[in-house]
Design a protein around this ligand. Structure first.
Ligand code: HEM
Length: 334
């Protein structure tokens, strides 16, 4: 019997050694039920430091691996806080200024009355560019504002079903109208940049407040006055910023990291709000705020008295060109 045990001793020892190593492993698992707590601690640390908690993915976009990204909270706060506040202050602020301006100054009339003679102010290409820009911008602004404020303002009015439909179509309109907007921006830039370079007459125009605040004051101006130049450059610079950030939002793979994408989103929404406020002022002065102004973009023809009161140097240029033309025939204004 002892002999038999001795003969099997190596095998018995081997089994005991195996148990000696295996047992602690087993008991560690048993007495360490906190393996998930360790992971949780890592998770809490990651949440505090703002880095992403990531898994592993086999698809091309590695950002899809981010399970939790505490940095997103900053973006969500900006989106809900700062961005909305800037939009509200800019838009309600300009509306308040315009109402006050209308109540104090009233509609800006042609002081000499309509002369009955007209001058061509904008040709068909200029008007096409302007109205393409205007139509696309207005839809982009409304559908963009719906993303920021629709849930608070429109949803309670129309209900969930209608709001869902409006927002879904709004998103499609926003994504697709961005392209004709960019085209219009190019047309308007090419057509008008030459008339919007700063000149010495701008200083005098600004000193006299553009004649906007006092009757009988008409500072000289060429085709565009300093106020219009400010609108033009706001539209061009703001429009390029909106286009650039908008394309990054449409194609996140070009934007870089997800926080870069969020940065573009914040810039996009802020520039949009400020430009919308500027354009509200422009629409007011180009329509109900100033007698005779709308015709410039409507028919392309403006009354001569309107032109003399608001763009006296431009009228002189047009008249000089007409007189220089063979037979003194009227030439379209540039
Ligand atoms: C219903 C909306 C709009 C109306 C009634 C309107 C009206 C006008 C008028 C009458 C002019 C010519 C002013 C002149 O003869 O000197 C003008 C020019 C211009 N418009 Fe508009 N516009 C509208 C919307 C827009 C929008 C949405 C944009 C851009 C996003 C825009 C950009 C411009 C620019 C850059 C000019 C040339 C600079 C200036 O006159 O201020 N417009 N607009």
């Amino acid at each position: 019997m002892i002999k038999a045990i001795m003969a099997r001793m190596p095998a018995i020892l081997a089994v005991l050694v195996l148990f000696a190593f295996a047992a602690p492993e087993l008991s560690a698992q048993q007495i360490n039920p906190t393996a998930s707590a360790v992971q949780e601690e890592q998770l809490m640390r990651a949440l505090q430091s703002g880095e992403a908690v990531s898994g592993r993915v086999t698809i091309v976009d590695p950002r899809a691996a981010d399970l939790i990204k505490p940095g997103n909270k900053n973006w969500a706060a900006d989106h809900g806080g700062m961005v909305k506040t800037i939009n509200i202050v800019a838009i309600l602020g300009i509306l308040a200024v315009l109402v006050a301006f209308y109540l104090i100054r009233g509609k800006i009339r042609i002081e000499g009355g309509f002369s009955g003679r007209t001058i061509q102010r904008f040709n068909a290409i200029e008007r096409f560019g302007h109205w393409l820009l205007a139509a696309t911008f207005i839809v982009l602004a409304l559908t963009g504002l719906n993303l920021l404020f629709g849930r608070a303002l429109i949803l309670p009015l129309v209900g969930e079903g209608a709001f869902g439909t409006i927002s879904a179509w709004g998103k499609i309109a926003h994504n697709y109208l961005a392209w004709p907007f960019m085209l219009a921006l190019v047309i308007v830039f090419v057509a008008w940049v030459i008339h919007n370079l700063p000149s010495r007459t701008d200083v005098e125009w600004i000193k006299q407040g553009g004649g906007l605040f006092k009757k009988g004051v008409h500072p000289p101006a060429k085709k565009f006055n300093a106020g219009q130049k400010a609108i033009f450059w706001s539209v061009i610079i703001g429009g390029v910023a909106l286009s650039w950030t908008g394309v990054m939002l449409l194609f996140p793979e070009w934007a870089g990291s997800s926080s870069d994408w969020q940065f573009y989103q914040v810039i996009h929404a802020i520039v949009a709000g400020v430009l919308t406020a500027i354009i509200i002022a422009h629409i007011y002065i180009g329509s109900v705020g100033m007698e005779g102004a709308f015709d410039a973009m409507g028919t392309g023809q403006v009354d001569e008295n309107w032109a003399r009161e608001h763009h006296s140097l431009w009228v002189e240029e047009v008249k000089a060109r007409e007189n220089a033309a063979p037979g003194g025939a009227a030439q379209p204004a540039e």
